[in-house]
Design a protein around this ligand. Structure first.
Ligand code: HEC
Ligand code: HEC
Length: 311
C-alpha cells in the first residue's frame, strides 16, 4: 500500500514536474505589434550596428576575403560541444532572406529562432536584447542589402543534454531578463551612448565578464575578466581597477579600439584582434563614448594569473 502510494506520488510529481518544465521552458517572443510604432528603417545606420555587433566575426565564412558574405560555418568549440555558426545572408533558402522583421527581432532580443525554437546563447543575444527595436530594424535592413550566399552551414555537434533546445528555457529564465537598455539620467549623453554600445550591440561582457559553471555571466564581476571561454588564456579586466585599465586614459582605450595597439604599443591578440576589426569601422565619437563609459564603471579586482607572476 505504502509502496503504491509512494509510486503514485512519484508519478504525480513527475507529471507535475514535466508540466512545470513544459511551461517554464516555453519560448517567449515579442508581442505581435512590437515593431508597429518603430520609426522607418535606415539601412546605413544598420551598418554601424552590424560593425558594433561584430556579426561578421562569427557569421562570415572562415577564410573568405569578403567579411560581409555571411554564409556561416565557423566552428565554435565550447565545453558543451561545437557550434557551427549559421548562414544569415539574405539567401531565401539557407539564410534569413525569407524571415520577417519580427522573426529577426525575436532572434535578436528573445533568442528565439524562426521555427519558434530556443536559440543557443553562443549567439550573444543576452547582450543584443539591450538593443532598441529601431536599431534592430536598421540592422535587418542593412543585412538585406548584402549578397545572398546559397550554401547551408553544417549542423551543430553538441553533447547530450545540451543538444536539446527546450532545456535552454530554464537557462533563459535565469539569464535573459528581456530588458532593453535604459539611459542613466545622471551621466552624460556620451557615457550613455558608450554604455549602450558596450552592453548592447558591442557585447563586450560576453568575453570580459567571467562565467559561472552553467555558462551564465557572473554579474558581480562585470567586465573584470576571467578565463577565456574558448579554453585558452585569460580575458583581461577592463574595469578602471589597478588590475585592469586604471593606467589607460580614455584616449588610450579609444586608440586601442581603433588600431589594436595598447599604450605599450603591443598589438591586440586572440579574439580581441577580430573585435578591433569591427570597432575600427565605427565613428571616432562612438569609440570615444565606449572609452568614456569604461572609465566610468565600477572598478573590480581581477588579475590574470600571468600578470600576477610578472610582478
Ligand atoms: C560569438 C558569435 C556570434 C556573433 C558575434 C553573432 N552571432 Fe548570430 N549566431 C551565432 C550562433 C552560434 C548562432 C546559432 C544559434 C543556434 O543555433 O541556436 C547564431 C544565430 C543567429 C541567428 C538565427 C539564425 C537561424 O538560422 O536560426 C540570427 C538571425 C543571428 N545569429 C544574427 C546575428 C546578428 C545580426 C549578429 C550581429 C549583431 C550576430 N548574429 C552575431 C553566433 C554569433
Ligand atoms: C570575443 C571575445 C571578446 C570580445 C567580444 C571583446 N573582447 Fe576585449 N579582449 C578580449 C581578449 C581575449 C583580450 C586580450 C587580447 C590580448 O591578449 O592581446 C581583450 C583585450 C581588450 C582590451 C585591452 C586590455 C588590456 O589590458 O590589454 C580592451 C581595452 C578591450 N579588450 C576592450 C573591449 C571592448 C570595449 C569590447 C566591446 C566592444 C571588447 N573588448 C570585446 C576578448 C574580447
Amino acid at each position: 500500500m505504502r509502496i503504491v502510494s509512494l509510486a503514485k506520488g512519484a508519478f504525480t510529481l513527475a507529471i507535475a514536474g514535466g508540466a512545470a518544465f513544459f511551461v517554464l521552458t516555453m519560448p517567449a517572443t515579442l508581442p505581435k505589434d512590437a515593431m508597429a510604432g518603430v520609426r522607418p528603417a535606415d539601412a546605413k545606420g544598420g551598418e554601424t550596428l552590424f560593425d558594433a555587433g561584430g556579426c561578421a566575426s562569427c557569421h562570415a565564412t572562415p577564410g573568405q576575403e569578403d567579411k560581409r558574405k555571411l554564409g556561416g560555418g565557423l566552428a565554435m568549440h565550447t565545453p558543451f560541444g561545437t557550434f557551427k555558426v549559421p548562414n544569415i545572408s539574405p539567401d531565401s533558402k539557407v539564410g534569413i532572406g525569407s524571415w520577417t522583421e519580427q522573426q529577426f527581432a525575436d532572434a535578436m532580443t528573445k533568442g528565439v529562432g524562426r521555427g519558434g525554437e530556443h536559440l543557443y546563447p553562443s549567439f550573444p543575444y543576452t547582450s543584443y536584447q539591450r538593443m532598441s527595436l529601431a536599431d534592430v530594424r536598421d540592422l535587418f535592413a542593412f543585412i538585406k542589402t548584402l549578397q545572398p550566399v546559397p550554401t547551408a552551414a553544417p549542423p551543430h555537434e553538441l553533447k547530450f543534454p545540451f543538444s536539446i533546445r527546450r532545456g535552454l528555457g530554464l537557462w533563459k529564465l535565469l539569464y535573459l531578463d528581456g530588458r532593453p537598455f535604459t539611459p542613466d539620467p545622471k551621466v552624460s549623453d556620451e557615457v550613455n551612448r558608450g554604455a549602450y554600445l558596450v552592453t548592447g550591440p558591442g557585447h563586450c561582457g560576453e568575453c570580459h565578464t567571467p562565467r559561472n559553471p552553467v555558462g551564465g555571466p557572473d554579474t558581480s564581476r562585470r567586465l573584470a575578466g576571467g578565463p577565456d571561454p574558448e579554453g585558452k588564456g585569460w580575458v583581461p579586466n577592463i574595469t578602471p581597477h589597478a588590475d585592469g585599465l586604471a593606467k589607460w586614459s580614455a584616449k588610450d582605450i579609444a586608440y586601442f579600439l581603433e588600431t589594436g595597439f595598447n599604450p605599450d604599443y603591443d598589438a591586440a591578440g586572440g579574439s580581441m584582434a577580430d573585435v578591433v576589426l569591427n570597432t575600427a569601422k565605427l565613428s571616432a565619437e562612438d569609440r570615444a563614448a565606449m572609452a568614456a563609459y569604461l572609465k566610468s564603471v565600477a572598478a573590480i579586482a581581477g588579475k590574470s594569473p600571468a600578470r600576477k607572476k610578472a610582478e
